[in-house]
Write a protein of this length. Structure first.
Length: 326
């Protein structure tokens, strides 16, 4: 009827992406679906901003587009019937109890950590018909922590996706995030080449206020072809955007309201394999990606500032090597 597995495993979206990525998830720059950039730099002038990584949000994070793997996973997969095959997983709740002083400023009254709960789920459906393949997948991870923080400005309940961490108070942040991810893709084999289309979306929301969120989405197309019996090539290109959040941040005993706009990005990649034998091949890959600036504004009790955050970048890398499969 199918299979069942337990332990640390890949997620449903990662399995689907492995089947539908023209570059076969090669871990190089230029792929907007399986991106390898560290994310946009979130450094801005003024003590009201914390340094970090804009895209580093959500539960059990290990890729900016989607969560690749998780511990404590129960996964089931059906056999294929009439072209359909289903997959689902549940990440068993991990509960930890904390009661410690997390004060990072002597002028504060202190903070207390309560119980932390982390769990997740996912589901996917594949459909195959002759030379066509379609897949639709969704997964969600939730991180909850009961954490309150007393400051001279009043009582602040931490939470929400922020720059490089989950909450709204720097080192004292609570992990109160709902991280929802979806992936849709399709392929069609024309014989002389195989065409690919992919879409991924990820949104992290503050569990205490779902108007506070951060989101990333991307679309990519590509082709893969065998020029000769021993030369394989592929080409892919994609675009997307990442939206920041309106998020309260606690800094120097003041509540800071932070507002960010949307940054656009793009990437492309080209590669080739030369088959030396059944188990050995040479490969060459080149990838390039870039993103635009993001406007960041913040306001305190004394000032309101808007600045063009220097987040734009252009990056590329290349690799050549030999691969042997034992």
């Amino acid at each position: 009827m199918g299979e069942l597995s337990l332990g640390t495993q890949y997620t449903t979206i990662h399995f689907a992406a492995a089947k539908t990525d023209p570059g076969e998830l090669n871990n190089m720059m230029g792929n907007v679906i399986y991106d390898k950039a560290a994310g946009l730099s979130a450094t801005a002038s003024g003590s009201a901003m914390n340094n970090g990584t804009l895209l580093g949000f959500g539960g059990q994070q290990n890729n900016t587009s989607y969560t690749v793997r998780s511990t404590n996973m129960l996964r089931v997969q059906t056999t294929q019937a009439s072209g359909f095959q289903g997959t689902a997983f549940y990440v068993v709740n991990s509960n930890t109890q904390g009661n410690q002083d997390l004060t990072n400023n002597a002028s504060r009254a202190g903070s207390t950590a309560g119980p932390s709960n982390n769990y997740g789920w996912g589901a996917g459906l594949d459909f195959s018909y002759q030379k066509a393949f379609l897949t639709a997948n969704v997964q969600q991870f939730v991180n909850k922590q009961a954490l309150t923080m007393d400051t001279s400005a009043g009582t602040v309940t931490a939470g929400g996706p922020a720059y490089g961490y989950y909450g709204a108070g720097g080192a004292s942040s609570g992990t109160n995030v709902r991280d929802t991810q979806s992936y849709f893709a399709g392929t069609y084999d024309f014989g002389i080449l195989k065409a690919y289309v992919q879409y991924v979306n990820r949104k992290a929301e503050n569990l205490q206020n779902n108007t506070l969120s951060a989101q990333r989405s991307a679309t990519q197309i590509g082709i893969r072809s065998s020029i000769t019996s021993n030369i394989q090539t592929w080409l892919s290109g994609g675009v997307g955007s990442v939206r920041g959040m309106t998020n309260p941040m606690e800094n120097a005993n003041l509540l800071v309201q932070q507002n960010t706009s949307t940054a656009n990005f793009n990437g492309w990649q080209i590669g080739a394999n030369y088959l030396l034998s059944k188990r050995t091949n040479l490969y060459a890959i080149y990838g390039q990606q870039s993103t635009s600036n993001m406007t960041i504004g913040y306001s305190t009790a004394n000032a309101a500032v808007t600045t063009n955050n220097p987040t734009s970048y252009k990056a590329s890398n290349m690799a050549v090597g030999v691969r042997h499969t034992f």
